[in-house]
Design a protein. Sequence first.
Length: 608
Amino acid sequence: MKMQEELEGRLGDGEEDGYDAVVVGSGYGGSVAACRMSIAGIKACLIEKGRKWEAQDFPTDSLKIMSTTRMESLDLGIRFGPKDALFQVYEQNDSLVAVACGLGGGSLVNAGVMLPTPVHARRNPKWPKEWERDWDDCEASAVAMLRTQSVPVKFPAAKVLGEIADGQIEIFLETSVKLSMNFDLEESMANSMMPQKMDSRLARGNCLAGCPYNAKKDGFIISCRQWKCTQNSSKLEGPKQPYPVLLLNGYSTESYWLPTEPNDLVRTLLEEGHEVWLLQPRLHPLNPSNNFTTEDIGGFDVPAATYRILELHGKHVKIHVVAHCVGGLAIHVALMGGHLSATHIASLSCTNSLMFFKLNPLSMFKMWLPLVPARTQSLVRPLLETSKSSLPHRLLKSITRLIPRYERCTCNECEVFSGIFGNTFCHENLSPSMHYWLNKENVTKLSMAAFPHLRKICNAGNIVDSEGNNSYLIHPERMPLTTLYISGGRSLLVTPKTPFLANKYMKLHQPGFRHERFVVEGFGHSDLLIGDESYKKVFPHTASHIRSAERENGAISVGGRKYSKEAMDWEDDPYEEYGGFITWFSPYVVIFLFLMLVALCLSMFNVL
């Protein structure tokens, strides 16, 4: 009675405050009915029991779902859960009713799925005969108004697992379900070229691509270097000009533009007729940040550079992406995180880092070391021997020089860098001029801010978010593109298992595209790109892959089923023998030295 009086008070009892119509429930039918009556000049009141739910309010795990559920059994007199719970279940006699409670009704929880009523249910004699006569026309009218789209019933991961279980690779019948929401993803992105309109909101409204709410920029200033091809002719046949190439470096070290060397990847791509862009993100020595993660590079820096290129070249141009180490992690974060659409990417070539990141045992053990002490205010470390630095920085340099590694060097800067990361190259593959420029002129500062996130990625063996959650590998549908994965035969840092797993992953989930993998013997990590003979042994793979992608122009490969079958064969990696434990010392000596160094490091920082 009290509730009824309160409701009447809200609706009003006078003619002046009255309504022509009252609509109960704000779901699909209620919202549309109230809206159309209002447009027609009818004074309508829409009543909803629940509250308004923002995107970030929805439950994301089982415990949160339980806290947003209300159960009532009228027969037993039992009820529990908040009255404004999102999910509400009522039981009485032989009936069980489940409803969604909130502004929007059932549209809040059913993802816009439209399931046609089965014929046997429609022919139940309890329904009026007129309903059966008009049913098809009304359903067609609703479908036309809502502009429904068909999407696969199974997510890519479930589809692959089902194929493995059934063994039906050659014969597969695609089933789909209708969605009442409409998202023309490619069209919306093609019509929006400015970066401020095309940041991480690209996939908004697309349930399968995810909905990154509260998407925004972070205001950090980054930079790009651009090289234009001055050649009049292209190696590609026809009038079409090659697509531009975006290069993504690894952790601080320059890998593509080498001023002391006669050959580098920038010049190789220019000779192929490409315009070349080199991103210098917040990780670069010119823009060192004191607070960021790899997610920031993939979520902000990479999309910003991409959209700048698209802004200059036009919306129909695609971009080849070549990435190394952390750059490879960042581009996969950008794509699989929904910050950047693969419709803009012509091809992806990565060296020694992909969506997986498998380290050798020595590098994994090093991840336990406290290289980012909590008491250090600045996480940007000067690396030059002549640089002025604080006492904690000097202590860190001294400790890192003592850490065992594959190769020793007389250069102090090289010793510090390899002490932190491990040997990133084989010295025999680098020229003296390259080694000097790399350590004395290129990497003068090193930001350690990304290390906590990088440690979580290394421990997981694949890209995770800054909280350690698996937010990326669950979205293979965001990677419809051709890929090339290259690694070195010497496991100085990353093992060949990294590209092996990535190649398998792409063949499983994107079998309609071409996926290549190469292991180049004699190379380690960064020397794949900065080595004396990289232009002969590594660059041809990248150039050939890009040329093939230009010819295919996004065409679907006819060998898709073959790729799926190959990926589901549980063979061992033929290059696994190269992934051994490489160091001068036995594992027991290394473990003992590490424990001693950890104790020494902790004692030193406690004194400060």
